[in-house]
Design a protein around this ligand. Structure first.
Ligand code: RIB
Ligand code: CA
Length: 314
């Protein structure tokens, strides 16, 4: 008997690691990608929505529906990361401009509409960027909260601290107010923080394996990773850099690759010193109720084997 596909919305700010995650999702028959909503983050919205369409065509899925969501955080000024992803957000490979069209509907309204029209607790949100679109959707239509099956998000850090400030990881830092709404919503959350993504290193051997696929998607992925890892190699003095976003999709496909702990996570939204910090009560020193499954470990070889295989099918 065919098991039913898992319905997902991917909310994203491509971004090199987002690009790998989206390809894996589009290559996986277990997943039904209802739509991809772009958000401002790594680069401005006009580029993240274009990059979503570029990646869908790279994955030979031009029928995928791509929506543009928020052009900036709910309250704060937009902070971008061209220093890591380049001016285009996908620097490295030569990728053609997209032919597929952007959907006319706003991404936030799409998220609300899908959640209201789908059977309750059947749609999973995979969040790969700042949580602005999701925060706005929860604010505009709080009635969708009980309808969301789960949110799997890449963001935050506890043992690894931050990557954009000493205290904060980029996705949460860009829009801490949206993150506070999501973490305070009561929606089941699975979090892929720097604590686990820093254990998923794009070593030279792993990048070579993508190049050796000798396909358009494989070679482009190797070129994306070659460009993406240079910043973290210099920063951390490592062979390769952490591959963040594809862990969200890999968790849906093979959750046994991961382990973690159900804990309370609060978001700093006041102090400029620690703005966007994920304050994790990992050792249960408070009476705050757990609200997120905080992933800390993975089978890194199993993860890379999975994403290599899936991209190899494109
Ligand atoms: O901190 C890493 C996260 O910020 C990743 O999602 C990356 O794509 C950027 O959005
Ligand atoms: Ca991202």
């Amino acid at each position: 008997m065919e098991t039913s596909k898992r319905a997902i919305i991917i909310d994203t700010d491509p971004g090199h690691d987002d690009a790998v995650a989206i390809q894996v999702a589009l290559a996986s028959p277990e997943l039904d990608v209802l739509g991809i909503t772009a958000v401002a983050g790594n680069v401005p919205l006009g580029l993240t929505e274009k990059n979503c369409r570029i990646i869908c065509e790279l994955a030979k899925r031009p029928e995928t529906r791509v929506f543009a969501g928020a052009a900036g955080p709910m309250k704060r000024r937009l902070v971008t990361a061209e220093n890591i992803h380049g001016k285009s957000g996908l620097d490295g490979p030569e990728l053609p401009d997209p032919m597929m069209k952007l959907q006319a509907q706003n991404g936030v309204d799409f998220i609300i509409e899908v959640l209201k029209s789908s059977p309750e607790k059947t749609v999973t949100i995979c969040a790969l960027g700042p949580l602005t679109n999701i925060g706005l959707a929860l604010q505009k239509a709080p009635e969708i909260v009980p309808r969301v099956k789960e949110i799997i998000l890449m963001g935050g850090g506890f043992f690894e601290g931050g990557n954009v400030t000493p205290a904060a990881e980029f996705n949460i830092f860009v829009d801490p107010d949206a993150a506070a709404l999501v973490f305070g919503s009561g929606i089941p959350l699975v979090v892929m923080p720097l604590d686990v993504t820093h254990k998923a290193q794009t070593t030279a051997a792993r990048v070579k394996a993508f190049r050796n696929l000798d396909t358009q998607a494989g070679i482009a992925t190797a070129e994306l990773l070659d460009f993406f890892e240079r910043f973290d190699e210099e920063k951390y003095g490592t062979d390769g850099g952490p591959l963040h976003d594809p862990n969200v999709i890999a968790y849906l496909l093979k959750p046994d690759l991961y382990s973690g702990r159900f804990v309370n996570v609060e978001i700093e939204t006041e102090s400029e010193l620690t703005m966007g910090m994920t304050v994790v009560d990992y050792w249960k020193v408070t009476r705050r109720s757990p609200n997120a499954f905080w992933v800390t470990d993975l089978d890194a070889d199993g993860f890379f084997e999975l994403i290599l295989h899936r991209i190899g099918t494109l």
